[in-house]
Design a protein around this ligand. Structure first.
Ligand code: C2E
Ligand code: CA
Ligand code: CA
Length: 742
């Protein structure tokens, strides 16, 4: 699961980063745009101011041009008799739009064509004109009507010197008309001040400051304006144009200012800041909306991708966690589920159980892979019925299944295993499915699931070697056993080549005359450097891995060699030498021919060879067993049923087998010798075998009492430590033939 979490986290982090990036970029862009737009507007404000200043300047210079044209005419034609000249001047009036027009004599006395008199002696505008400069005055009050006017003056030259001054007046309000600001939604307005802050031309705009004596004083009334005011004043002092913001009546206003070029006049253009930022605000809103839309789209996109991803992930998970044959959980899922269950239930006891189907390959071979798969599916089904809420199971691989089982006692586990086995056993009608279970009772829940499983697996390998009740609880020795098994498997072929497998012969005695009439060949492994290893330690392993087929034929051949050697020395036993042939060979229908060809190769008569087949072989497939036994018998071999009485076969099954000899299992003898009833059973049993035409050989005879009993019961032959242990061939020969080794 962790595997799938990672990319999701990765993706969420990615999306968050992307959104954060978008927000940062968006805000940066919006703020920059806002700033740029604002300064652009402010710039524009300054430009409007400059344009207005130009208009005023043009207007004034037009007026002055008009006056200068009149003055030029005057220079040529005026007599400088003021009344005569005024009548000449009045001819021109009406061609221009001055309020009044008149002439000022050099002594400063001015007279208009309509008869008004003014004293200009102290007027700057007059003095400037005397100095040859056409100009316009600041705002003054017309004493004729009390209106605010400006006075235009220009010198009249007569023979190169100023002989008088033409003057004209104009209501200041005429300028006002030119100061309307068309931009900024009628919220903007302009007016003209002198550089000392006193008004020149006022505005009629509704938002304007109204009447004031000095603009600077008005502005300085608000403390926070001070800093910008200083710049404002300073710029004017230095004849610079610019823009600043001021606050009036709690409204922030942006003021653009530029020098008019007349006197020290400054054009002031005012717009409320919010009007300036209005456009940019709209743009910013637009941008914010865009960014938000992108954000939402990104979120929707992200969510969609995540959903798709999750769905795919779920599909992937389903694939990754499901066994493709049975549809049940697989190993990956099992490890996750186990981890969760073990951590969530610290107080519960759990066992890790592993089982597999014995000889599953045979099922596949006999019934086909489809049936094999069906068996696996059935097992998964049975497990799904038999696992509880807080347990889990899986098909880990091939025919290997794992169960994490909760338990209170060992019996709990065994009962449930038996139930599972029973529900699986008869799935194929003509075949009993057998299972081997390894059980590991978990003590340390922190152990890795693989480790737990490994331990259960050791137990299972041991269970495999059992013939019934194939479940084994793990113990610490098992590891060693399994490792030893591995060592044996790795070395067995080499050992065979090295001739480390040796034949020991255990004599069979005829009880009545205590004479050796036969022998059983028993294998010993003389492992180089390790010494003699008893067959109990390796035969089961060889049976499991099939090496037993080689080893039994090898033993058979060794015995043939011995018989052949004896034959050439004119030595012989009254009966045969028996060789153990594992039930594993029953799957090989050519076994009789193979054995015969070996015997023939060494010139040994089949009836000198006895073949011991264990009683448990009956359970494999009795028909097959009968077939092979019949064939062997036809070839002339003597047949014996080994370990009779250790299993469940009865005399009634026996009568169908073409056997010659019945070997009573040593356990059979042990259990019955002390017990009167047991003795009776054995005696009647031996009688019965005689009726069936079989000889009996008693195995594991250790005491004289046993010998006496067997004698009274009519048993012919006995084999056991009482007489002799299995002996190396040379010792056997010395014992039986009094042969001193060559
Ligand atoms: P088994 O065929 O039942 O062989 C008899 C076992 O009883 C032998 O054990 C023998 O040493 C032991 N025995 C003989 N007399 C006495 C006695 O008085 N008391 C006791 N307690 N035991 C006695 P061994 O040689 O260890 O062989 C064990 C088993 O290994 C054999 O049981 C046989 O099943 C198998 N085996 C031995 N050699 C071969 C072989 O070449 N091929 C196959 N397939 N199996 C073999
Ligand atoms: Ca035997
Ligand atoms: Ca035996």
């Amino acid at each position: 699961m962790e595997n799938f979490k990672k990319p999701v986290i990765f993706m969420i982090v990615g999306i968050i980063f992307f959104l954060a990036f978008l927000i940062v970029i968006g805000s940066f862009f919006v703020l920059t745009a806002k700033r740029d737009l604002y300064s652009e507007k402010v710039q524009f404000l300054t430009e409007v101011s400059i344009k207005n200043a130009d208009i005023i300047e043009n207007k004034v210079s037009n007026q002055l041009n008009t006056l200068e044209a009149i003055a030029a005419f005057a220079g040529n034609y005026y007599t400088f008799n003021i009344d005569d000249d005024l009548s000449l001047l009045s001819l021109d009036f009406g061609k221009n739009n001055f309020k009044k027009i008149g002439i000022i004599s050099l002594d400063g006395e001015g007279k208009t064509i309509d008869g008004y008199k003014y004293d200009f002696f102290d007027f700057t505008c007059f003095n400037k004109a005397l100095n040859g400069e056409s100009n316009v005055s600041d705002r003054i009050i017309d004493k004729a009507d009390g209106q605010e006017i400006n006075i235009f003056t220009t010198p009249i030259y007569k023979n190169g010197t100023v002989a008088g001054v033409i003057f004209a007046t104009q209501n200041t309000s005429v300028f006002t008309e030119f100061l309307e600001v068309n931009s900024f939604n009628d919220e903007g307005y302009s007016y003209i001040i002198k550089s000392n802050g006193t008004p020149v031309v006022n505005t009629l705009h509704k938002n304007s400051i109204g009447k004031y004596d000095n603009l600077f004083d008005e502005i300085s009334k608000i403390k926070s304006n001070k800093k910008n005011l200083l710049k404002f004043i300073d710029d004017m002092k230095n004849n610079k144009d610019g823009a600043v913001s001021f606050i009036r009546d709690d409204i922030k206003k942006q003021i653009g200012y530029s020098k008019v070029g007349i006197n020290d006049w400054y054009m002031i253009t005012v717009v409320p800041s919010k009007v300036i930022s209005k456009g940019s605000d709209r743009l910013i809103t637009g941008m914010v909306v865009t960014v938000v839309l992108i954000l939402i789209s990104a979120l929707i996109l992200g969510a969609t991708i995540l959903r798709i991803f999750k769905r795919n992930n779920n599909n992937l998970k389903a694939i990754a966690y499901t066994d493709f044959i049975t549809g049940c959980p697989n190993w990956n899922k099992f490890t996750i589920d186990c981890r969760t269950l073990l951590t969530q239930n610290p107080d519960k006891e759990y066992a890790m159980i592993i089982f597999d189907v014995d000889k599953f390959k045979i099922i596949n071979d006999l019934y086909g892979r489809n049936i094999g798969n069906e068996v696996l599916i059935h097992i998964a089904y049975v497990l799904s019925l038999n696992t509880r809420e807080e347990e889990c199971f899986a098909r880990a691989s091939a025919d290997n299944f794992n169960i994490l089982m909760e338990y209170k006692t060992d019996v709990d586990i065994i009962n449930r295993i038996k139930l599972i086995t029973a529900q699986i056993a008869n799935y194929i009608s003509s075949y009993i499915i057998e299972l081997s279970f390894g059980i590991f009772k978990i003590e340390d829940k922190m152990l890795g699931i693989s480790k737990l499983s490994e331990k259960a697996n050791f137990a299972k390998l041991v269970a495999k070697q059992k013939t019934e009740f194939k479940y084994v609880f793990y113990n610490e020795n098992m590891r060693d056993i399994i490792l030893k098994e591995k060592e044996i498997e790795n070395y067995m072929e080499v050992a065979l080549l090295n001739k480390e497998f040796e034949v020991y012969l255990q004599p069979k005695y005829r009880i009545k005359d205590e004479k050796v009439v036969g022998a059983e060949a028993l294998i010993r492994w003389n492992w180089a450097g390790k010494g003699i290893i008893p067959p109990g330690e390796f035969i089961p392993i060889f049976e499991k891995n099939g090496f037993i087929k080689k080893i039994d034929l090898y033993m058979f051949e060794q015995v043939c060699l011995i018989l052949n050697k004896w034959k050439s020395n004119n030595l012989s036993l009254e009966n045969s030498i028996s060789v153990n042939i594992s039930r594993i060979h029953l799957s090989n229908k050519n076994l009789p021919e193979e054995l015969l060809s070996i015997a023939k190769k060494h010139n040994v008569n089949a009836n000198n060879m006895e073949i011991e087949l264990t009683e448990s072989a009956v359970f494999e497939d009795i028909n097959k067993l009968i077939k092979i036994m019949k064939k062997l018998k036809n070839e002339g071999f003597i047949l014996s049923i080994d370990d009779f009485g250790s299993g469940y076969s009865s005399l009634s099954t026996l009568k169908d087998l073409p056997a010659d000899v019945l070997k009573l299992d040593k356990g059979f003898l042990e259990a019955t010798t002390d017990d009167i009833r047991g003795k009776d059973i054995i005696s009647s049993f031996i009688k019965m075998t005689k009726i069936l035409g079989l000889h009996t050989v008693a195995e594991g005879v250790e005491t004289v009492e046993q010998v006496n009993f067997l004698k009274s019961a009519g048993c012919d032959i006995a084999q056991g430590y009482y007489y002799s242990k299995p002996l190396p061939v040379k010792e056997f020969e010395r014992l039986v033939f009094n042969l001193i080794s060559e």
